[in-house]
Design a protein around this ligand. Structure first.
Ligand code: ADP
Ligand code: MG
Length: 730
């Protein structure tokens, strides 16, 4: 009998919810306790130094050495008062995870006395051994050096673990020759460009605006599974998803899980997750069940984008750690279970100003509404022009299973606006003229713009099948995968919007120079954008076949696999965009592309290996054992003189099992050959395509036959926990 599966099941049913006691009944009492927040800083720093740091954070300027020295001293004093013994530069290498290298504050002074020390230079810069992080060939081994540099705009925090407490300093990671090797550095560059591009546009409407930043609220979906059951599934352990498993008799058809009551063990986990996150300054606010069984979601209150991304990276780590304490494993993979909804990470995005205005909220006067329309239409135009690049930014082996799977947005990028705003854009297109407009016509346009309702009907007018939807005061990019570092797609989105705003400003200025009034110039350029971006607007059902056809007619790309989608990253237009805005050199973007291609290859390679191993070492032996019992039964029946129809069922079952076994065996052998051929290719792009088009197709066939065996083989002999057992979390 397969010991592991049954032991795991037994252990999981008897498990009780752990008790979780919050440090205080009021969240505000402990929120940010483990963060060197602005008000903590104020307590630990002199007035002048504090002002300099805040100024540097707001302007994005570098902090000078002397100030860094004082911040380091203050940070250490604070960290030690909290019980921290070590510090680390916390960064986001291109592996997708976060990285840390711990040093202790402990030092020996010049006269050999033990002391605690943390210098400004240790705060500002570190040299982790960078050779083990991906660099896409940028860093040859002889120059295997990279360094991390402090990002003062994201506050330091303390991570608690059983072995002690560590002060973590958010940093960027760059090679010694200056190329960015992480997710944070390009995002920071883009945010600077965005600010530069958006402020002059804001000033058409409001002279008080001198800073524009992006805001981001991330809804994180995930699955929970009992740790013992997880451990009995080598495929989940090694690839993050189940490579086999027949759909349960009761799946999500009844939709009784969504917004249903949260199981008590899960609810304990969530409580502790919230407490631990809130201590770290992550403003988690919402939690609920998701559509699929054992799927959940949590969402923080939105924040400035750089912080929101850091917090999401941190959240994913905290989830994993807290889950272990509750004997759960968190599955962040986009599609852990076939036939059951996958997980995404909705990126709710908007733009905000130093004056506290959300630029994507309609106002109540023609002027504020024209400001809203300007940012609204420019965003649409940006996405319409660079849809393929946005598609590439969400590509990953895991997300391939989700996009277009009738539960997640399709791989076609389109934009949903809702009825009201679609009408507003149509109206502008109709009324605004390129020739001289009469004063009556002008005032009519203005009156109509002034009528855009302040509160849009976002809740009734929702389209969940759109990858990029306007939801009343923000856009929601829904196509991002649950395991992703959102910096990737957010770097692209903010860059294309920044780039677009620069072009917009230039066009408006050109018209003003020709003697047009500012408002007329703005309206004319917006009208042109509306006409040019129509192709990407879609209000219908994104899951439907009609949309696939319609999108093809419109010439929109529908690239369903990562291997092919990544090509957009290094297209001529993409390289030009990156170079013009000073984000990546051609070498940098090619290196990044190569890293992602290699990651893709490795993922599919591992899946193929695990599949072969499981099929041959777990599934086929179990099927043969059962077959043997059947054969013995048949022999026994024959010996007793039973013949004909009476033993037909048995012999047919034996034949059926044989057939499945032989397909599984043959196909996995063929898959090994396909892999060998792919491995011989030296060009990474060709290799990725071979894995995508020649290796991956075997997965489905092999899985089909394994899942058929699952239905006939004696349940007691089946080695892997079944879907029903994995998704029923109590
Ligand atoms: P849902 O999409 O599930 O209805 P909400 O609309 O309430 O949920 O919000 C989803 C996420 O969007 C939350 O994280 C919220 O903080 C965030 N959000 C709300 N306003 C903004 C904004 N202006 N910029 C960025 N994110 C926002
Ligand atoms: Mg949402």
């Amino acid at each position: 009998m397969p010991v592991l599966r049954f032991k795991a099941l037994e252990a999981s049913v008897s498990r009780q919810a752990a008790t979780v006691t919050p440090p205080s009944a009021k969240i505000s009492d402990f929120f940010g306790n483990n963060v060197f927040m602005v008000d903590t800083m104020q307590k630990f720093l002199s007035k002048e130094v504090y002002k300099e740091v805040i100024g540097a954070i707001d302007s994005g300027k570098q902090i000078d050495r002397k100030v860094a020295e004082q911040v380091a001293t203050a940070m250490m004093a604070w960290a030690i008062s909290k019980g921290a013994t070590h510090y680390t530069h916390w960064f986001q290498p291109l592996t997708g995870a976060t990285a840390e290298k711990h040093d202790s504050f402990f030092e020996l002074s010049s006269d050999n006395k033990p002391i605690e020390n943390f210098s400004g230079s240790a705060l500002a810069q570190q040299e982790p051994d960078a050779s083990s992080f991906p660099s896409g060939g940028i860093r040859n081994t002889f120059e295997a050096r990279g360094y991390t540099a402090w990002d003062p705009s994201s506050p330091a925090f303390i991570i608690e673990s059983r072995s002690g407490k560590t002060l973590c300093i958010p940093t960027i990671f760059v090679s010694y020759t200056g190329e960015t090797l992480d997710y944070k550095a390009p995002l920071l560059k883009v945010l600077h460009e965005l600010d530069q591009a958006a402020v002059p546009v804001c000033q058409y409407f409001d002279k008080n605006v001198n800073r524009v930043f992006a805001t981001l609220g991330l809804e994180q979906e995930y699955f929970l599974i009992d740790m013992d059951i997880f451990n009995a599934r080598p495929d989940l352990e090694m690839t993050g998803r189940t490579l086999f498993g027949h759909a349960p008799a009761k799946g999500q058809q009844l939709e009784d899980h969504y917004f249903g009551s949260i199981p008590s063990r899960v609810s304990s986990f969530m409580s502790e997750l919230e407490i631990e996150s809130q201590k770290l300054g992550i403003p988690l606010k919402t939690r609920h069940n998701e559509v699929a069984p054992s799927q959940f979601e949590c969402a923080p209150v939105f924040e400035e984008i750089n912080l929101a991304v850091d917090h999401n990276q941190l959240l994913m780590d905290v989830m994993d750690k807290v889950a272990k304490r509750h004997h759960f494993k968190v599955l962040l993979h986009e599609k852990p279970y076939s036939g059951i909804n996958g997980s995404g990470k909705h990126n709710n995005w908007s733009l905000s100003t130093n004056t506290g205005k959300n630029l994507l909220t309609p106002g109540n006067t023609p002027k504020t509404n024209l400001m809203f329309l300007t940012f609204f239409v420019n965003t649409i135009k940006a996405v319409s022009e660079y849809a393929d690049l946005l598609r590439a930014s969400i590509a990953s082996a895991g997300n391939d299973h989700r996009l277009g799977a009738n539960e997640a947005p399709p791989a076609i990028i389109s934009i949903f606006l809702g009825e009201q705003l679609t009408a507003v854009l149509n109206d502008i297109e109709k009324r605004v003229k390129n020739t001289k407009m009469s004063p009556e016509e002008k005032s009519e346009v203005k009156i109509n713009i002034g009528r855009i309702p302040e509160i849009l009907l976002d809740n009734t007018d929702r389209n969940r099948t759109s990858p990029f939807a306007f939801t009343g005061n923000k856009f929601e990019l829904r196509a991002v995968g649950s395991a992703a570092n959102c910096s990737g797609p957010m770097t692209v989105l903010n860059l294309i919007v920044a780039h677009q705003l620069k072009k917009f400003h230039a066009s408006v200025e050109a018209l003003i120079k020709k003697g047009q009034k500012k408002d007329d110039a703005i309206l004319r350029v917006l009208r042109q954008y509306i006409v040019e971006s129509k192709n990407i607007l879609f209000e219908g059902n994104g899951y439907s076949d009609e949309w696939m056809k319609e999108a093809r007619k419109r010439g929109l790309s529908n690239v369903t696999t990562t291997a092919h989608a990544l090509d957009f990253m290094i297209s001529k237009e993409a390289k030009k965009l990156y170079a013009e805005n000073g984000i990546y050199t051609s070498r940098e973007i090619e290196a990044r592309h190569e890293i992602l291609v290699e990651q893709y290859i490795k993922k599919i390679q591992i899946e193929a290996r695990v599949m072969g191993l499981l099929a041959n070492n777990h599934i086929i032996p179990a099927a043969i054992k059962y077959q043997k019992i059947l054969a013995e039964t048949v022999a026994g029946m024959q010996a007793a003189g039973i013949r004909g129809a009476a033993i037909k069922t048995h012999t047919e079952l034996i034949r059926e099992i044989s057939e499945h076994i032989s397909v599984i065996k043959n196909k996995s052998d063929e898959m090994v050959e396909a892999r060998k051929r792919a491995n011989k290719l030296t060009n990474p792009r060709q290799q990725a395509n071979a894995y995508c088009d020649k290796v991956r197709p075997f997965f489905e066939t092999i899985r089909y036959h394994v899942d058929k065996l699952e239905l006939v083989v004696d349940d007691e002999m089946w080695p892997l926990p079944k879907y029903r057992e994995m998704v029923s979390v109590k």
